[in-house]
Write a new protein. Sequence first.
Length: 350
Amino acid sequence: MQAIIDDYCGARRSFFANRKTNPNAKPPKKTRKFHTFTWRATGISYKRGKLRLSMGLDEDPIWIKIDKKFYKKVPAEVSLVYNRTTQQYEFHATYATAPKKSRTIAGSAVAVDMGEIHPIVTFDGLTSEIYNGREQRSKVRYREKSKTNINRKLSRCKRYSSRWKKLKRAKDKTLAALYAQLRDMRHKITSRFVSTCHERKIETIVIGDIKHIRQSIQYGKKANEKLHQWAFSKFRDLITYKAKALGIKVDTQDEAWTSQTCPSCGQRKKPSRRTYRCRQCQWQGHRDVVGASNILTAYQGWFFNPVVGAVVSPVGIRYNPNLCRLDKWSPFSGLKSSKPSKRRQRSTRL
Ligand SMILES: [Zn+2]
């Protein structure tokens, strides 16, 4: 009962918080087909290899068999969730894990510039990495294209007719698949980036703050549409929570002018091509690295970047489905895992 009340209050709170920034926000009016049922810590206990989920005084509790590696801890929360893909209910258990205390180099920071062409561009004072966004952009384009295509067909037929329903199902299915693919890409890119920071013992990740962009700048219809599809806040949230789990601090830095200022002498100039060339001091470098470099300089409180002359050409990281973490860290590393023994591995090889 408490979990239901909490959910309701949480939804109310987030709605009114959303209202403040978006006055047109409306509360959801659809009735949910499948409800998520949640047990809080007080209703969960653990006995003889089974989780006991309390169903209240008058009802029998639910018993769930669990894997050996989860024996050590009682979950902080368990919920019964409907999975649309498998069309089954599943139990999700949430475990509290303490943030890892990793040894970092004091004062080390990586600046992150998020843009539309490249989702993440990083600069740590010496090296720069550019995460290529081509794959993601083409997925977004494809999504918008198929959306308009099906919407056109939908508008031609009568609402709730069998043809309409068929098209609607096709639309939902396509969009859900593309949504999952985009989310997967975001996860892989951010995991790779945060794990790189972890491996290099970085203390702080500085994210360029572009909150003001969407409200203040009007680039015209086409560019605005692109900006809105831009998953900036999603990237930021993913980086923030992944970094926190590894004990890396996350800070923001106002991004105003950072992409237009020469990192070497501070002269402002709008870059027109892929390479930034300063008229005053002849400094030149990759346009996207300029932003990240200036964010780092501004964050550290310097007027100009003394080492920027040494910037080597940036390393490009292209998305591929096998992109993985560099540090092999997993949020479950605090829990015991049952790895297959070496002996068994040898026998299978024979
Ligand atoms: Zn210059």
